[in-house]
Design a protein around this ligand. Structure first.
Ligand code: NAG
Ligand code: NAG
Ligand code: NAG
Length: 405
């Protein structure tokens, strides 16, 4: 708070000088004032040579000056007798240390506000909700605190909203579902709590990243066009069956939550899905039916650290594009299917089955000399010669194996 006051006072002192230098400028004077206030709220010691803000030299006109001045600022095209307005602020990530001025709300023609990877602190100013033409708000990788401004719902033209990796908290405001133009929403790496609001009305949304927050409760309905869904590192619960309808999904990360029940075949068989990480949850079954040809594009399946039991799914070998498998730290029992051996030789590049209760001998390909696969089958109840790299780490004790099998 004290520093914010300091910002305002500082701007006030400079005002008369500024009005003089900009008297004949082509840029709207209010806009020049905002740019100056923005720079004045940054610790000058953090504005390094060759950074964008260093080029903001107010002896020039922001919209008129060409060359290397006012980097990161875009304006409307000059017209006779109409002052130019600032339309974009797209700062470099140069670790600028300071606050975002309340005056930002005066840049009413602003469509892009991009301040990522700096050291902005304090709240997102309430006045941001006056920027009704904003299509991109990207303030990721800063130290913003608090919640979204109260009237944030007025920014109905937003297409990209990225506030990831800040210190924001509180519930995710349900009004986000009114942002019908939104295609990218990243709220990851904050301290948001509560349920995930129903976003299925945000039908254009293609990227949703809510990872590393404190969100809990069951999954809501998601919009149909999602390509990337990242919900890892939360406290989400319930079944994941709603995701079986996401026909366009390519990347799915549900890891490190408290999801339970089955990992349904319907998720692995989504037509576009290439990456699935459901590790570190409480799933008990992995459903893999037989695939015929190119039904799935799945390349990576990580289901490590669950409570998966029963035999290893033989049908995994019918997933044509699969190269990377992690089923470690589960409760699988029985033998390693012979079919896995062929895949090891042909196409699989990474296989982790460590920390289960698998028994018996290895398929012959596992013991071949020119074994190039990454992975581990240690900490099972296998006959696993330590000359084989995959066996390094050893097996469980006889007692452990007896107790489980
Ligand atoms: C600019 O914004 C500040 C803070 O929101 C406000 O007090 C001031 O009246 C605005 N100036 C103009 C010219 O709109
Ligand atoms: C899956 O998620 C876990 C936990 O978030 C992470 O440690 C692991 O690296 C991920 N696996 C892959 C293949 O990305
Ligand atoms: C899956 O494999 C087939 C050939 O087996 C290949 O044509 C296709 O491009 C692969 N898909 C992906 C997403 O890599």
């Amino acid at each position: 708070m004290a520093t914010q006051l300091f910002c305002n006072n500082f701007a006030y002192f400079l005002l008369p000088i500024m009005l003089l230098t900009c008297a004949h400028s082509i840029t709207e004077e209010v806009d020049i004032e905002v740019l100056r206030a923005l720079k004045d709220c940054i610790d000058p010691n953090s504005i390094l040579p060759l950074s964008f803000l260093e080029t903001w030299n107010f002896e020039m006109d922001p919209c008129e000056s060409g060359g290397g001045h006012f980097l990161g600022v875009m304006c409307t095209v000059p017209k006779e007798n109409v002052p130019c307005r600032v339309t974009e602020i797209d700062l470099d990530g140069a670790r600028y240390d300071g606050f975002l001025t309340q005056q930002i709300g005066n840049l009413t023609e602003l469509t892009v506000l991009s301040l990522g990877n700096n050291m902005f602190r304090g709240p997102i100013p309430e006045s941001v909700s006056k920027l009704e033409k904003l299509t991109t708000l990207a303030i990721q990788g800063n130290y913003f605190t608090g919640t979204f401004p109260k009237r944030f719902g007025k920014l109905k033209l937003l297409q990209v909203l990225d506030v990831s990796h800040n210190r924001l908290s509180g519930p995710i405001p349900p009004m986000i579902s009114d942002f019908r133009s939104l295609t990218i929403l990243r709220l990851s790496g904050n301290a948001f709590t509560g349920n995930i609001p129903d976003l299925h009305a945000v039908w254009k949304l293609s990227t949703l990243d809510l990872s590393s927050n404190m969100l809990y409760g069951p999954l809501p309905k998601f919009p149909v066009n999602l390509r990337e869904l990242v919900l890892s590192h939360n406290i989400l619960t319930g079944h994941v069956t709603p995701i079986q309808n996401q026909a366009k999904l390519r990347i799915l990360d549900l890891s490190d939550n408290r999801f339970s029940g089955a990992i349904p075949h319907g998720i692995l068989s989504l037509p576009k899905v290439a990456f699935v990480n459901v590790s570190v949850n409480r799933f008990t079954t992995l459903e893999v039916s037989k695939f015929n040809g190119q039904e799935t594009q799945l390349q990576t399946l990580a289901a490590r650290g669950n409570r998966l039991q029963g035999h290893l799914p033989v049908n995994l070998v019918t997933v044509d594009n699969l190269t990377s498998i992690d089923l470690g730290l589960n409760r699988f029992s029985g033998v390693i299917p012979l079919e896995y051996g062929q895949k090891l030789e042909m196409s699989w590049q990474s296989l982790y089955l460590d920390g289960n209760f698998l028994v018996g001998n290895l398929p012959p390909q596992f013991t071949s000399e020119n074994q190039r696969i990454r992975g581990s089958i240690s900490h099972n109840c296998l006959t696993c010669p330590l000359t084989i790299l995959l066996c390094h780490g050893g097996q469980r004790t006889a007692e452990e194996c007896l107790a489980q099998n």
